[in-house]
Ligand binder design. Structure first.
Ligand code: PLP
Length: 399
């Protein structure tokens, strides 16, 4: 009898919490979070630990003050205007976006200084970039090709505006960027001479440096990668061009890139993921503890028919990966079991999981995990205190 009862309690049945769950949607719609805890949420769900998140924002803001680097944080990690607003309240000078949808979303939410860090190519993106620049004169784009510069100039002319354009310089990440030195200088001069464009500066995103393991190795890699950007900036300035902004950098290099950049595009620091946690920091070569892991995916144990293993309700659709980690149980092995299932394996028989138990998972890659959820539930201890929509993430009109 006792074991049956503890089974039901673990499964969340016949409890006050289960009754709250029944009308949780109606309460959320009214922004009434009283009495709502993790137990009431449908899983898998994304949970943001408010205290850790705010701590991460404060740590980055304090670092920026100390280093003199501005920050224009990347939106692609969270796709959430509430978060951009909080970053700006702590001194962020704008926001970086990886898609036009994000740029439109954040600009339409009233934010200034939005930089689309991917070159707009094709009719759809070029015309949307021009439309957004008309709406928000502080909107900025990047270009690594003279063809794009001509097309942007034409689109800006047709819209009757001057558009802010960065020269995107190759800094060891092969996906983007014009060759540094003479080619970068020529492109910057072309932007500067284009009637309807304004040279905003140079960008160089050194993505490989971001996740280089070990602080010294990361510092060395980032400085090596950015040397070419530095040289290009100097060439531009020597030629008489104004280069007001040099933008790039990441969560991994936030305290490294000061000699080259004027501003950082870091994004992941707000939440952190297991890939970042593994890069190591100044004080610990194996764990990057500068920022705290604030985001988890809340899952439920849905089957427990075997010893030392159980199934959770998060699999491919929840972007579960074997490199994710169970919060508080780093020794537990995670296995993906298909669309809706994941599996947990453990060896210590005294520390198992119960059917219906909630298990929180740190994702490996924030961008892809956040992209499959509609909501961030904000947790203050056990209580859910708010819900922020994750936006601009899918659908034809939202690319
Ligand atoms: C263009 C660009 N800038 C900056 C970043 C840095 O972001 P994070 O701090 O999340 O590494 C990224 C991440 O992929 C990026 O694509």
């Amino acid at each position: 009898m006792t074991s049956r009862r503890s089974f039901l309690v673990a499964a969340g049945a016949f409890t006050g919490s289960a009754r709250a769950a029944a009308n949780v949607e109606a309460k959320i719609a009214k922004k009434d979070f009283r009495g709502i805890t993790r137990q009431d949420l449908g899983t898998p769900a994304m949970i943001l630990d408010e205290a850790l998140f705010e701590q991460n924002l404060r740590i980055m803001a304090a670092s920026n003050k100390a280093t003199g680097l501005n920050i224009r944080p990347h939106v692609k990690i969270h796709k959430c205007p509430e978060i951009t607003r909080k970053q700006q309240a702590l001194g962020a000078i704008g926001a970086c976006c990886a898609t036009m949808a994000e740029a439109e979303l954040i600009t339409n939410a009233g934010m200034k200084g939005v930089l689309y860090t991917c070159q707009p190519a094709g009719v759809n993106k070029i015309s949307r970039a021009a439309a957004l620049a008309k709406k928000s004169p502080t909107f900025m784009v990047v270009a690594d090709d003279p063809i794009t510069v001509d097309l942007l100039n034409e689109a800006a002319g047709a819209a009757g505006i001057r558009m802010n354009v960065f020269t995107d310089v190759f800094v060891a990440l092969t996906r983007q960027g014009i060759q540094p030195g003479e080619p970068a200088l020529k492109l910057a001069q072309k932007i500067d001479k284009s009637k309807n464009l304004r040279l905003a500066g140079l960008m160089g995103y050194s993505g490989d440096a971001a996740h280089t393991h070990g602080f010294e190795a990361r510092r060395k890699k980032s400085m090596e990668d950015l040397a070419a950007l530095k040289e290009s900036v100097e060439m531009c300035r020597k030629s008489g061009l104004e280069v007001p902004i040099v933008t790039g950098g990441s969560t991994g290099t936030y305290n490294i890139d000061m000699p080259v950049l004027t501003e950082l595009q870091a994004g992941s620091y707000v939440f952190m993921d297991t890939a970042y946690m593994a890069i190591g920091g100044k004080s610990n070569d194996h764990m990057y503890t500068d920022f705290a892991p604030a985001l988890t995916v809340l899952t439920t144990v849905v089957s427990h028919t075997r010893k030392n293993q159980c199934s959770i309700d998060a699999g491919n659709k929840a972007m579960l990966r074997v490199t994710d980690q169970v919060k508080g149980r780093p020794e537990v092995k995670i296995q993906n079991q298909g669309a809706e299932y994941g599996m947990l394996h453990w060896t210590d028989t005294d520390k198992g999981f119960k059917l219906g138990e909630l298990v929180e998972i740190y994702p490996t890659n924030l961008d892809t995990s956040v992209n499959v959820y509609d909501r961030l539930y904000i947790a203050r201890g056990e209580q859910i205190v708010d819900m922020w929509p994750i936006m601009g993430r899918a659908g034809a009109v939202q690319r």
